[in-house]
Design a protein around this ligand. Structure first.
Ligand SMILES: [Zn+2]
Length: 136
């Protein structure tokens, strides 16, 4: 069961991330920023991926040289170009990586615009109030 308030914090983090220059993040990034342990944050991010807010993919990295491996798995092994070797595909080799879905990113950007408009609106109201006060 995903904690509601923790999820709110994570969504806030994702909103900020959405308007940043970055495109992808490892679960360790929000875990570190929000002080949430990896098991909980991963559960939460997978939940948000189920809601189509995030996209989850798995990155394969060589345990010997740490370079990314793009080859497809063949019978539990994947080929590392740098090492010129077949690496056994274990949980130490596969890393989950998340990206914000295009739809959600656009939604956040739209809301950002609205927030700015609201600020302008409150400024306009203040101005209006001021001029009303001045005229009396
Ligand atoms: Zn390697």
């Amino acid at each position: 069961m995903v904690d509601f308030w923790m999820t709110q914090n994570v969504i806030q983090w994702i909103n900020e991330f959405s308007v940043s220059a970055y495109r992808k993040f490892y679960p360790s990034a929000p875990a570190k920023d929000l002080g949430i342990d990896m098991k909980n944050i991963f559960e939460c991010l997978v939940y948000l991926a189920d809601q189509n807010m995030l996209e989850l993919e798995y990155e394969k990295r060589c345990p010997e040289c740490a370079s990314k491996m793009y080859e497809d798995e063949v019978e539990g092994f994947v080929y590392c170009e740098s090492c010129d070797d077949d690496i056994e595909l274990t949980s130490d080799v596969v890393f989950p990586i998340f990206s914000v879905s295009e739809n959600y990113r656009n939604e956040v950007k739209k809301n950002k615009q609205v927030q700015k408009n609201n600020l302008l609106l409150s400024f306009a109201r203040k101005k209006l109030q001021q001029s009303l006060c001045d005229s009396f």
